[in-house]
Design a protein around this ligand. Structure first.
Ligand code: ADP
Length: 255
């Protein structure tokens, strides 16, 4: 009896250890895969705009494009767009660094929400490569207390995603709702590809990207929503998503 008892105990113990090790290995494998994807995407994203701007400048210098105002304009526009892409990327990485150190310090101040949203939208419309239809349901006088820089960045990330994960006809709406208890709610909705239920909680994890989520060659890094969530929570709010694949997504910010 004693022998059998201790053998069973040992067996359970070894199996337990084995399962634990297996789980750890699997987790590490997943993490290293995720890291690899990240580095590959990042390398691609950094190199492409640099190569493109370099080529555009070369064309201007060496192939006489400068004598042709139309060509000059084209190459300048290409350069400008690609530099903007690089700058967005640097911004994302910097935001990530801030988040990593957990020292996201906010300086909330009264902010006119409609103005803030309008600035972001105008910027996107100037850079848009496809028709962008945005509807604002935010009363002009709506004032909220937010950190201008981080809240703008967060909202910008949501708008960016709405555009990136949509088909050619982008329809976005931003809707403000005042709640009875002094709280408020802002919804960013799109008519894009949507997010399968199984992934809806994971999208807020750093580096997570929906495996079938890419519509366009521009790859992301899975960092945007982790940053957005951090910013919203530091404001004392929370963020959740409602989405149906094929129909669209709604990101709901509640304060
Ligand atoms: P990134 O866009 O750089 O991959 P994010 O953290 O912003 O990183 O988003 C994580 C993932 O969530 C995206 O890769 C995409 O699969 C999915 N996603 C985010 N926003 C949307 C959206 N509006 N519509 C559909 N999928 C989305």
């Amino acid at each position: 009896g004693w022998l059998l008892g201790s053998s069973v105990f040992l067996l359970i113990l070894t199996t337990g250890c084995f399962l634990f090790m297996l789980a750890t290995i699997l987790r590490q494998k997943k993490l290293s895969e995720v890291k690899n994807d990240f580095i590959n995407n990042m390398t691609h994203e950094l190199k492409t705009p640099i190569a493109t701007v370099t080529a555009a400048i070369e064309a201007l210098q060496n192939f006489g494009a400068l004598n042709d105002p139309k060509k000059t304009q084209t190459y300048l526009t290409i350069s400008q767009n690609n530099l903007q892409r690089l700058s967005d990327l640097v911004e994302k990485v910097l935001n990530l660094a801030i988040e990593e150190k957990r020292d996201l310090v906010l300086h909330p101040e009264p902010t006119k929400l409609a103005d803030l949203a309008n600035d972001l939208i105008t910027n996107h419309q100037l850079r848009a490569t496809k028709p962008l239809h945005v509807t604002l349901h935010i009363p002009t006088e709506t004032t909220v207390s937010v950190d201008h820089v981080h809240f703008s960045n967060a909202l910008n990330n949501l708008i960016d995603n709405a555009i990136n994960y949509s088909y050619d006809q982008v329809d976005i709406s931003l809707t403000f709702q005042q709640k009875a208890n002094d709280g408020w709610k802002l919804t960013v909705a799109d008519n894009g590809i949507g997010i399968p239920k199984a992934y809806q909680s994971a999208i807020f994890d750093r580096f997570f990207r929906v495996p079938t989520g890419d519509l366009h060659p521009v790859k992301g890094f899975g960092l945007g929503l982790a940053y957005v969530q951090q910013v919203i929570e530091r404001h004392g709010g929370r963020i959740r998503v409602h989405s149906e694949p094929g129909k669209g997504s709604e990101f709901i910010l509640e304060f």
